[in-house]
Write a protein that binds this ligand. Structure first.
Ligand code: NAP
Length: 306
């Protein structure tokens, strides 16, 4: 029986691990992937995490993991298949193991949202990608489309210009959602061409006729755009499958915040941190802050209850 089990090894989970280990809680972090870091592993360059003017996402993740381990956090690569968080004992089951704890921190983050158009699934990994950092080098001197208008889409479009000869940034409105500073960088980059008021209808990357079919919402016209690859960055869906019937969620599927001053879920001893929680701004620094608070609250819960 552990004091605390943290589910998810992104910045929220790792930060919770650092704080929990320093509170001397007997803590285990369960991460399904081989590497900790969550979505920062897919981020080329982080420029807004205090203390680092710029740092590669992979490097920041590694540093967080090393820091957590140095304080004694136990990190296990395990695919959790089932949880029971309602009782006094928090139970986590994998295919062949059961882990138990007095408290839990849910830091499962979110996953890229899909366009759900013909060709997207068929060409996933063969021209359709949700990770510029992973796949940009395959598009040296080629033309690619980036779909989305938020910070991720613009960030990734900028990164793609390091390899691709041309990046079409396809957005469904006539104004980007991304921060002004990123917008300006995109507007000034001669390799980026904005395609406004446009939604993708189909992706076909078959040899000889590689293209994305676009629909302009204002003119009502469809047109084929020749591209070698399509990168989709249209937001994220919460990773709530394991506990959606146990923890109270909001309409969009994110864990509902019960109180202003706390990040405890509706279940006693179960806390949430990072992108899986309902919030307006999803940033690494906020995930890290949540992690610290969740560990603090878990420690307080244990002190009061046991
Ligand atoms: P986001 O802010 O939710 O933006 C999603 C974008 O995709 C929006 O422009 C949206 O259009 C568009 N979109 C959504 N569904 C679509 C669909 N079905 N078809 C076409 N377009 C669609 O998501 P994000 O950019 O991934 O960012 C997520 C969070 O991470 C945000 O809080 C963001 O600030 C943060 N983030 C920060 C940084 C940074 O600070 N450097 C970097 C990356 C991410 P509309 O605008 O019309 O809704």
């Amino acid at each position: 029986m552990k004091d605390l089990i943290i589910l998810g090894g992104g910045p929220a989970g790792l930060s919770a691990g650092i704080y929990a280990a320093r509170y001397k809680l007997d803590t285990m972090l369960l991460e399904k992937e081989y590497f900790s870091g969550g979505q920062i592993l897919n981020t080329w360059l982080v420029e807004n995490y205090p203390g680092f003017k710029e740092i590669k996402g992979t490097k920041l993740a590694k540093r967080m993991e090393e820091q957590a381990k140095s304080f004694g956090l136990e990190i296990k690569q395990e695919v959790v298949k089932e949880v029971d968080l309602k009782g006094e004992e928090k139970i986590f089951k994998t295919a062949d193991k059961v882990f138990k704890s007095k408290t839990a921190i849910i830091a499962t983050g979110s996953n890229p949202r899909l366009l759900n158009i013909p060709g997207e699934k068929e060409y996933y990994g063969k021209g359709v990608s949700y990770c510029g950092t992973c796949d940009a080098p395959f598009y040296k001197d080629q033309e690619v489309a980036v779909v989305g208008g938020g910070n991720t889409a613009v960030d990734e479009a900028l990164y793609l210009t390091k390899y691709a000869s041309k990046v079409y940034l396809i957005h469904r409105r006539d104004e980007l959602r991304a921060d002004r500073i990123l917008q300006d960088q995109a507007f000034e980059n001669s390799k980026i061409e904005l395609v406004w008021d446009t939604i993708p209808k189909e992706i076909d990357l078959s040899e000889g006729d590689k293209h994305i079919l676009l629909h302009n919402k204002k003119t009502n016209e469809d047109k084929k755009l020749k591209v070698d690859g399509v990168f989709v960055f249209i937001g994220y869906n919460p990773n709530n499958q394991l506990f959606k019937d146990q923890i109270e969620l909001n309409q969009a599927g994110f864990i509902r915040k019960q109180k202003l001053s706390s990040i405890e879920t509706n279940l006693p001893g179960v806390f949430a941190a990072g992108d899986i929680m309902e919030k307006k701004l999803r940033q690494i620094v906020i995930a890290a802050g949540d992690g610290a608070q969740a560990a603090f609250e878990a420690n307080e819960f244990i002190t009061k209850t046991y």
